[in-house]
Design a protein around this ligand. Structure first.
Ligand code: HEM
Ligand SMILES: *[C@@H]1O[C@H](CO)[C@@H](O)[C@H](O)[C@H]1NC(C)=O
Ligand SMILES: *[C@@H]1O[C@H](CO)[C@@H](O)[C@H](O)[C@H]1NC(C)=O
Ligand SMILES: *[C@@H]1O[C@H](CO)[C@@H](O)[C@H](O)[C@H]1NC(C)=O
Ligand SMILES: *[C@@H]1O[C@H](CO)[C@@H](O)[C@H](O)[C@H]1NC(C)=O
Length: 322
């Protein structure tokens, strides 16, 4: 009797768990807007392509926006909200201030999408499609983006400060930061390959180029030439995250790490004798494997705590709530 009722309880608990886990992203589907906004893909793609044509770095900036959105209370478009009198937004959080960019391009995409299908497509989904199109336009792999996210009605500066990993983290802290979002170590290593494109400010890599020993000396010297040792001098001077092909989405980032030419401390942590060394090495010789793992990881990241159903809203203007 006791054992049969306790097994009933166990079954119930298992059932509730399965339902809860499934319902967290049950409504995200790749054909979510196929009837309500059939031209979504082509509309987004054409604005992304022209923005990247104007400035190749924009593809990197747009990809990063999606990451910084998803890591702060899920992929809910919260990063796009301007500060208001009732909350302090994420744009001025430490990992974003003076560094995150691309908001004007998102505005442009949103108005093109609103013209084609008013009040239908969320800003959160626009970020997901934009990230994919940026990767593709710069030569990376493609994938079908899961859609159906809705937009947050608030943003959190403190959550942005706490959840977006800083470049000072060591390997175990990087692994936990991604694990806290439900992402694996493989996801973390593959997603870091996004640093095959884009730029970083001197302030993000100064300590690495002056004070670390696991760095190629001639590479450090080259970077020092445009990043003075003294704090607050040249803080915003830029350097490419991938010294070889900063506007091509390829696997050269991993090749840099093996040669001790990772720009950020966090980059080089992936190849500094720890548990991720082998995977980095694999990606240097197997771009197909990197592409496949990157795509899987982007889809996993896009699944972080979406608002679905009647939660949140479809913002008319990505910068503010309706
Ligand atoms: C693994 C932990 C990560 C850390 C510690 C990190 C840190 C950073 C830092 C410090 C910068 C330079 C910011 C600046 O100085 O202005 C940067 C740039 C960038 N990050 Fe990450 N990042 C991480 C993961 C990711 C992921 C998962 C993605 C996307 C999937 C990503 C995409 C980018 C891109 C594309 C840029 C260049 C942006 C531009 O040029 O505008 N990063 N990251
Ligand atoms: C990594 O960083 C964490 C947090 O700063 C620290 O507690 C830990 O000791 C560090 N681990 C290693 C291996 O240095
Ligand atoms: C490098 O380390 C030394 C000694 O710990 C410290 O005095 C100096 O400020 C550091 N420089 C940078 C650029 O971090
Ligand atoms: C550092 O990089 C330079 C330039 O690519 C290379 O010639 C040199 O052999 C590297 N140094 C070491 C110790 O690997
Ligand atoms: C510069 O700032 C870094 C990071 O805050 C710090 O570790 C370092 O000691 C500072 N260096 C100088 C020369 O003040």
């Amino acid at each position: 009797m006791a054992s049969s009722s306790s097994s009933m309880v166990l079954m119930l608990v298992a059932y509730v768990l399965v339902v809860t886990i499934r319902s967290s992203n049950a409504q995200l589907t790749t054909n979510f807007y196929s009837k309500s906004c059939p031209n979504l893909d082509s509309t987004v793609k054409s604005v992304v392509q022209s923005a990247i044509k104007k400035e190749a770095r924009m593809g990197a900036s747009l990809l990063r926006l999606f990451f910084h959105d998803c890591f702060v209370n899920g992929c809910d478009g919260s990063i796009l909200l301007d500060d208001t009198s009732s909350f302090t937004g994420e744009k001025n959080a430490i990992p974003n201030k003076g560094s995150i960019r691309g908001f004007e391009v998102i505005d442009q995409i949103k108005s093109a999408v609103e013209k084609a299908c008013p009040n239908v497509v969320s800003c959160a989904d626009i970020l997901a499609v934009t990230a994919r199109d940026s990767v593709v336009t710069l030569g990376g792999p493609t994938w079908n983006v899961k859609l159906g996210r809705r937009d947050a009605t608030k943003a959190s500066q403190s959550a942005a400060n706490n959840n977006i990993p800083p470049p000072t983290l060591n390997l175990s802290a990087l692994i936990s930061s991604f694990k806290n979002q439900g992402l694996s170590t493989t996801d973390m290593v593959a997603l870091s390959g996004a640093h095959t494109i884009g730029q970083a400010r001197c302030t993000s890599f100064r300590t690495r180029i002056y004070n670390e020993s696991n760095i190629n000396a001639s590479f450090a010297k080259t970077r020092q030439a445009n990043c003075p040792r003294t704090n607050n001098t040249g803080d915003n001077n830029l350097a490419p995250l991938d010294l070889q092909t900063p506007t091509s989405f390829d696997n050269k980032y991993y090749n840099n790490l093996v040669n001790q030419k990772g720009l950020l401390h966090s980059d080089q942590q992936l190849f500094s004798g720890g548990s991720t060394n082998a995977l980095v090495q694999t990606y240097t010789t197997n771009p197909t494997r990197f592409n496949a793992d990157f795509v899987t990881a982007m889809i996993n990241m896009g699944d972080i705590k979406p608002l679905t159903g009647s939660n949140g809203q479809i913002r008319k203007n990505c910068r503010k709530t309706n």
